[in-house]
Design a protein around this ligand. Structure first.
Ligand SMILES: *Cc1c(COP(=O)(O)O)cnc(C)c1O
Length: 388
């Protein structure tokens, strides 16, 4: 039914899991500064805030990074870019990795969004839109250097260079490519991609003397300064996980600060006096007198991904373990180690010591998957994130 008083019936996601996800915006800012400090003065540190800043809340994370000094933001789509325009100041550059879909070009120009152009038809449409708008508008050109995901092929670059005026007409201010194996520093493809990128960039630069170049994501930054060019595009590192779990131990520990804390409320503490089995499938056996804590939060909240096989929960100074299968909304911990009189109200599954890096090292999941699987049902608390 129509009403003149806003949208009273808009469905808000129910916070049924009631776990509390705490996101430390000051730590995200510190991680951005840590990246920036590793770059030469002319190199910019761009922030990748696609997928709602890897699930952490782009409307909070983006402005905090802006206050830290970041001015270039990467999102995946026009929908994400519209949102970013609403929470970022006007001088923030918003670069859309998924490009402008056919028909979206006008809105890109209107909202001053920078599309990543990765096909000849997309370039054609962008040139038409620029002509219609009376002149070039900033765009980025993506070339494929070996990942074979998005980007112009070498043959398409050749074709483009037959008509170099095209490049200026499209307002190309950035040439970029993406590394396939940056998290494996010894992989030969890193060098190959670097050489192909440099060679193609040199050819384009003849016609675009001021164009900037960008190749590295978070892991790419650690391959070395040759990979930095003018702009790096970091996501993972900002959000407190190291994309190279195997190398994490060789880098200074204060390089990347943990960002997350996750507390799950205990719904029931029980003692199973006769022993038996726990949970779906009855595949976890317990001894008589085992004490269990059943917490709100399950695989619908990303806990399978998060906990992996390690499945640890912290109660004060005690470390407990998940027992039985994690179900959709509930997870069971064996708390027999705790003193008998203790009935914990909360179990912590992420904190400054139990980090996403630790969990991924033991479970084999990727930090990327863990964060983006966190689910929408936690109450979110944001800490810090002010200027300065
Ligand atoms: C997601 C993405 C990044 C960020 O990668 P991280 O490993 O999270 O730093 C950079 N560039 C492109 C093209 C991406 O899609």
């Amino acid at each position: 039914m129509a009403t003149h008083q806003g949208e009273p019936h808009r469905a808000l996601p129910a916070l049924t899991s009631a776990g509390i996800l705490t996101i430390d915006l000051s730590a995200i800012q510190a991680n951005w500064r840590s990246i920036k400090a590793r770059l030469a003065a002319h190199v910019s540190a761009g922030a990748v805030i696609k997928a709602d800043a890897y699930g952490l809340g782009a409307a909070h994370v983006g402005p905090a990074l802006y206050r830290a000094g970041c001015r270039e933001f990467f999102v995946a789509s026009l929908v994400e870019a519209r949102e970013a325009r609403s929470y970022l100041p006007n001088d923030a550059r918003i670069i859309v990795l998924g490009g402008a879909q056919s028909g979206e070009e006008g809105e890109f120009i209107e909202r001053d969004l920078t599309p990543v152009l990765f096909s000849l038809p997309a370039l054609d449409r962008w040139r038409q839109a620029c002509r219609a708008a009376g002149g070039p508008h900033p765009s980025a050109l993506k070339i494929d250097t070996g990942m074979h995901r998005l980007g112009l092929t070498p043959a398409e670059v050749d074709q483009l260079l037959l008509e170099p005026a095209y490049l200026q007409e499209c307002g190309i201010g950035l040439v970029m490519s993406h590394l396939a194996c940056a998290d494996e520093p010894e992989h030969p493809l890193n060098q190959e991609q670097l050489h192909r990128f440099e060679a193609t960039a040199d050819r384009l630069r003849v016609h675009l003397p001021d164009v900037r170049l960008s190749l590295a994501n978070s892991s790419g930054v650690f391959l070395g300064p040759q990979w930095h060019f003018d702009l790096v595009r970091t996501g993972a590192f900002l959000y407190g996980f190291h994309p190279q779990p195997l190398l994490a131990d060789t880098l200074p520990t204060d390089l990347v600060q943990p960002v997350l804390q996750l507390d799950l409320p205990v719904r029931q503490v029980r003692e199973v006096s006769h022993g038996g089995t726990v949970g779906y499938g009855a595949d976890a056996r317990i001894e008589p007198k085992t004490r269990l804590a059943v917490v709100a939060g399950g695989y619908a909240d990303g806990l399978n991904r998060l906990l992996g096989r390690q499945a640890v929960g912290i109660v004060g100074e005690y470390s407990t373990r998940v027992i039985g299968r994690i179900s959709m909304d509930l997870t069971i911990f064996d708390i027999s180690e705790l003193p008998a009189h203790e009935a914990p109200a909360w179990i912590q599954v992420l904190n400054r010591e139990l980090t996403v890096n630790h969990l991924t090292q033991s479970s084999g999941a990727l930090g990327y998957e863990v964060l983006t699987s966190l689910g929408r049902r936690y109450q979110r608390r944001y800490l810090g994130g002010e200027s300065g």
